[in-house]
Design a protein around this ligand. Structure first.
Ligand code: GDP
Length: 300
């Protein structure tokens, strides 16, 4: 069984291929929750829901968020009524957020609430939130400290980043489910997700780094040259003190890694890295990269 550390775009693209080349019980995913946010009274867990919808076969893979062919009737009406809903939420997507919000309000652990949702969607892969307590990536800008979603979705990333801050009331601890899953893994794959907003929050959960010490750990770079394949990773890397490149990505995880994978087109040379075509522009490309990663695990 392989455990993937995931955000909501790059790693899910790899999982899209992986689910076609190996069985559901061979795949576990530990998902970042530091982008979670309460909106209109409901609980949005963007990265988790992307992974859940992917495995349920209903993900909108044009955007890598939300449910394919969802309607937006409620979003349009609450917006007309004056609610400041800055994230476009589909109607069926909102139903998931209402259900999870209700379970959390009743005091259920996030892990248990998400397990119920996974069961309802018939997902057989083991998908886990990284922690049960709230941790949030905030961005320090001229507007003050704002939630990452405010920076990326509302402001479309058009604000200068002064700092990236992780906020919590109690330091995040990896759940016992996460620790048991890592312990039972043949390998851990750090997918090509944003290091600052998706992967480091998982690694910062108490227990994860030590859990990875004895494991075969493979990471895949989300950068080609000094630009990420998509999204705001470059500005965030700079703000966090890392070079926006595969070399910078490598530095984020260096102490944990056995194998580092870069794209065949990447002009940056990370010494000792393995090169594959990592640009997953369609399902076939995702399957091809998944097969390469499986092969690496088998021979290592
Ligand atoms: P988020 O939670 O939506 O920000 O998504 P992730 O953190 O999971 O993924 C965002 C990262 O995925 C970006 O830094 C992209 O560069 C990277 N990415 C997206 N598509 C690809 C791809 O096809 N190949 C590689 N190597 N990286 C990708």
């Amino acid at each position: 069984m392989i455990t993937f550390l995931s955000g909501g775009t790059g790693t899910p693209k790899l999982l899209r291929g992986m689910r076609k080349v190996t069985g559901p019980h061979e795949i576990s995913v530990v998902v970042n929750t530091a982008e979670d946010i309460w909106i209109s009274g409901n609980h949005i867990s963007p990265d988790f829901d992307t992974v859940m919808y992917l495995f349920a076969g209903i993900l909108n893979t044009d955007t890598w968020w939300g449910i394919r062919n969802d309607s937006f009737t409620t979003h349009e009406e609450v917006t007309r009524l004056g609610v400041d809903e800055f994230i476009r939420i589909g109607d069926n997507d909102r139903a998931v957020q209402i259900a999870r919000g209700e379970m959390l309000r009743k005091g259920m652990r996030l892990t248990n609430a998400t397990k119920i949702l996974l069961d309802r969607f018939g997902v057989r892969e083991n998908v886990l939130p990284m922690t049960d307590t709230e941790v949030t990536t905030h961005i320090k800008t001229d507007l003050g400290l704002i939630h990452f979603q405010e920076y990326w979705v509302r402001a479309k990333g058009a604000l200068e980043i002064q700092a990236v801050v992780r906020s919590f009331t109690e330091p995040p601890v990896a759940t016992e489910e996460v620790m048991a899953t890592i312990g039972a893994s043949d390998a851990v794959v750090i997918g090509p997700s944003n290091p600052i907003t998706s992967i480091l929050p998982v690694l910062e959960c108490e227990g994860v780094r030590s859990g990875l010490e004895e494991k075969l750990v493979i990471a895949i770079s989300p950068f080609i040259g000094n630009t990420p394949v998509s999204g705001p990773a470059a500005a965030l890397m700079r703000a966090f003190g890392f070079e926006p490149s595969s070399q910078g990505t490598f530095s984020c995880y260096e102490d944990l890694l056995d194998i580092f994978v870069q794209d065949i087109r990447d002009p940056v040379e990370v010494s000792g890295s393995v090169r594959f075509d990592t640009l997953m522009t369609d399902e076939e490309k995702s399957i091809a990269l998944a097969e390469e990663i499986l092969h690496l695990v088998e021979v290592s």
